[in-house]
Every structure is written in C-alpha cells, then in structure tokens.
Design a protein around this ligand. Sequence first.
Ligand SMILES: Cc1ncc(COP(=O)(O)O)c(C=O)c1O
Length: 454
Amino acid sequence: MKTIIEPFRIKSVEPIRMTTLEQRRQLLRDAHFNLFAVRSQDVIIDLLTDSGTSAMSAEQWAALMRGDESYAGSPSFERFEAAVRELMPFKHVIPTHQGRAAEAILFSIVGGAGRKIPSNTHFDTTRGNIEASGAQAFDLLIEEGKSPSNLHPFKGNMDLAKLEAFLAANGASVPCVMITVTNNAGGGQPVSLANIKAVGELARRHGKPFYIDGCRFAENAWFIKSREPGQAARSIPDVVRDMFSGADGMTMSAKKDAFANIGGWLAVNDDELARTAKNRLILTEGFTSYGGLAGRDLEAIAQGLKEVVDEDYLQYRVRANTYIGERLTAADVPIVLPVGGHAVFIDAGSLLPHIPALHYPGQALAVALYEAGGIRSCEIGTVMFGRQVDGSEKPASMELVRLAIPRRVYTQSHADYVVEVILEVASRKQALNGMKIVWEPKALRHFTAKFAPR
Ligand SMILES: Cc1ncc(COP(=O)(O)O)c(C=O)c1O
C-alpha cells in the first residue's frame, strides 16, 4: 500500500478546546503577542516543541507501574541501563533529569577557561553549558547546511576539513569533539554515518575523545537507512549501534527520541571521567541509580527506547513532517529543505520580504498563525538571536518559524488543518505587518518579551 498511516491506535484522548478568532485576538493581546505566554488550553495545535511532548504508549504507561522507587539498587535502573546499552553500548550510563543536566556535568569536567569545543552545531543549552564552564563553543557545519534551499541529503554533516584545521590549530586546548544528531539548531538535518565515523576517526587521530549529542538518534538513523548508499538493508538498531560505535560517550535528552516526558543521560567509557561525573551527579541530581528521575521515569525511557527504533514508526514520523513540507512547497510557501526529522521550518524572511528583519517577520508570522487557527509555533530569527552582548540589535542569519511536531500526538487531519491555516495566512501575506518589542529582559528575550503590532 502506498498510504503511510499512523502506526498506532488511539486509546486515550485529550480534548482540544476550540477557540474563536475573536477569543484568540483577545488572548494574543493578553499575552502581549508572545506565544510563550499563551496557556496551552488556549492552543488548538501546539507545535512549540517536540521536546517532552510525546504521547506515551500503553506499554510505557504499563511500565510506569513497574517503577521501583528504591533509593539504591532499583531494578528500574537496571532495565533503563540495559535498554540504553542495547543501542549505545557505553560502559557507564548515568541518568539525569534532562539533557542539559548531562551537558552541565560533562562540561563542568571537560570544559573550563581556555578550552575550545567543536561540533557541527551546538544546541543552545550545549553552548550555554560550555560557555558557563568558561570554555568556547565552535560550530563547524558544512556550508550546504547553512543554505535553506540546498537539497544536500545530510545537511547536518561536520565540515571535516574545517575540523582537521581546527584540531591542528588548537591542539592542546581542545578537550573533546562533539556532534549533534540530528542537527536541531540547523533545522533537524541529519548527519551521515560516514561523517560520524570520519569525525570519530579524526578525533582519535588527534587523541581527543568524541561525544555525540544523541537527542534524535533514531530519526538520524532513519535518514541514514533511507538516504545513505549501502545502508538500506540494515536494521535501525544496527545503524544506531554503528553510529555510536566510534564514540567515547554521549549526552541525551530522553524527551526526544525516547518518547519520555522527562529524562536524559550521560554515557561514557572512561572510568575516571565516570567516577567524577557520578560524584557531581550525587551533588546536583541524585544518586547514580536514578539521577533526578523517578524509577517510573526510567521505566518509561527503557520502554520508549524499544519503540523508537521501530521502522514503521520512523517511516510515519519522517513522512508526516515531509507531507506538511510538500504541501507548503507546492503552494509556494518557502521552507527549509529538505524537511528535517522533527520540524518544518517556514522561511518567514522570504515569505514576508516587506517586513524588515528588525520588525520581526518570524514573530509576525507566528502571531498570525495563532490568530488565524490557534497554531502555536516558535520564531527562530531576530527575536531569538538579534540582541547582541553590547546591547545593539542586528538581524539573525535567517528569519524562521519552526513548526516542531510532537511524536505520536497529531494525526493527518491535524496536519491538513495546519497546512490550511498556513496557506490562508500566506494568501494575505501583504497585509501582515511587523512587530515591535515594548519590553524585554536582559537575556533570552524570546521567552518573556512583550510585543505590539506595528
Ligand atoms: C540537540 C539538543 N541537545 C540538547 C538538548 C537539551 O535537552 P533538554 O531539553 O532535555 O535539557 C536539546 C533540547 O531541545 C536538543 O535539541
């Protein structure tokens, strides 16, 4: 059959509260046109993030009841550890309450003043934790990955020549090499197996440990299987094991490709590093067998890891996003291509060229999508990146609106509704005006800034 269906039935439902245009206009005014200030009950389709928003399966809910909440020696930890090591066979698996806690522990040990850490693109919490340690974060993405319309199949790849030069130039100050799969900050674009292996080999040749930020490892493995020559016949778990086989460790947010609503881990092979990390964990997160999580959370992650490598799920997952992308492209709505693993990014700068970057075209579009159809998306452009440390403001490199798709939550008719709303807004794009910021905090302004229409 050609139709790719949602490979699940719905057993438990959560009602969506419908709102009227008039109500949404008032809700927008009440929220000062910042979608982070809108209550989730007032959102019809919530595409703010794919993190922690997955629908858990019946087996995951059943596994919760098996959760053993003992402080030490819990079998829930053993099941969690075994599930992680089945796919990523690292020696030490250290649970954390989410991905950034794993990053904070890792970089508090390997980071520090004067250190330089390269990646394809560091996610913002990774960069934040590196910088908080006093180290510097460097993004060495291939050039193709920076162009929204370039159709390269692995736009998350590291630029190997740049990495080689970086390692040669910075030798002693580089404590490790990282790579993020998929590359969230670059549009959820995958990294090829060949590139992951080449980065690992390069790091090894320079005597540097190699860590993978594995948040969306299964989506990345699906892209490897479906796009990389010679990989089509392999099973997803086999591809995943290969992705991690040359790495010395990983950080993970289980809120993505483990179908959990909370959780993460740091995994490493180095005994000494693991000892130090576990001591930090006990200080900041909790004992080594639960690290800031309940036993039931560990069970949900263990079960989620078994489900996320299912090919029917991954095919549906990637196809659902691509479907939205194809329909938008067919209607001449510019998006980042190819569509990535977890989100569709609308190129608001190209859609609304009459709105200057400092009038926030992405925010104007995100607000219009909420007003027209109750869709909550996220501006990734000048609102998020425009304020400089010296207080000045400059346009971001791209003005994007991200539609992040929660896992197993929405159906095809929800996708059709999303497309209909976007096309309706696009049909009257000339009438959309920019926004201005009337109040903003000192840092991370996109979360709490107050806006007004121009
Ligand atoms: C690539 C990547 N790394 C790390 C993180 C941080 O994970 P968490 O939100 O669980 O702290 C995220 C979260 O969005 C991410 O996308």
